[in-house]
Design a binder for this molecule. Structure first.
Ligand code: NAG
Length: 207
């Protein structure tokens, strides 16, 4: 069964004539006949962020000063079909990434369309510019108490195992507050996407 929200998102994009051939094939098989035009960059970025369940989150290491530390982490930008575009993470309080973020909140999340399987399906290498990828940079901050219900809704719906992670490991929710985005989705230079355009893009029809 197809998730209803995916169909909604797909339909919205198809109506706009924005769906890219192959982009959704791996998950929905809906768009084999879709036009080859790519979605608007902010929408495409939001689609990739929403489709994926994990990414590489890089911080400036406090252990090896000045050196980036990339960590493979699960994340969620909202329950499936309810993309908020806000990447939430759940990690042990003593995770190196959490420790780095407390010392220096500058962080960058890398995600790629390849994670959905659609690049190999279209015979594109992961580094081929046709295989869209992006880096979202900003501030990695602990989620304040008032926002925890949203963070937990986003995380636990996409990563049900997290609900049972042991409380004595002190898991903490973080959010990457995005300030700049660079995306490569075709031949040519990386595209800059403003945080405003990214956050205000509408991915799904209103619930
Ligand atoms: C974080 O990044 C900003 C640029 O966005 C830079 O001005 C600032 O110095 C960085 N902070 C630290 C602690 O490295």
């Amino acid at each position: 069964m197809l998730p209803k929200a995916l169909i909604a998102a797909g339909t919205a994009l198809q109506l706009l004539g924005l769906a890219s051939a192959g982009f959704w094939e791996s998950t929905t098989h809906l768009f084999r006949q879709a036009p080859v035009e790519l979605p608007q960059p902010p929408i495409e970025a939001r689609m990739i962020v929403h489709e994926n369940e994990w990414g590489v989150l890089s911080t400036i290491s406090h252990k090896v000063p000045g050196v980036p530390f990339g960590n493979v982490l699960s994340y969620s930008d909202g329950p499936r079909g309810k993309s908020w575009g806000r990447p939430f993470f759940y990690m042990r309080s003593d995770d190196p990434t959490a420790q780095d973020a407390r010392a220096n909140s500058n962080a960058s999340l890398a995600v790629t369309e390849a994670q959905t399987g659609s690049c190999r399906q279209r015979h594109y290498d992961e580094e081929d510019p046709n295989c869209a990828r992006l880096a979202l940079a900003g501030r990695l901050l602990e989620v304040p108490a008032a926002e925890l219900p949203s963070a937990h809704e986003a995380l636990f719906s996409r990563h049900p195992q997290m609900i049972d992670w042991p409380p004595n490991h002190h898991f903490v929710a973080f959010e990457l507050h995005i300030e700049s985005i660079r995306m490569l989705d075709q031949y040519g230079p990386h595209i800059e996407i403003s945080a405003d355009d990214y956050y205000s893009a509408t991915l799904h029809e209103s619930p």
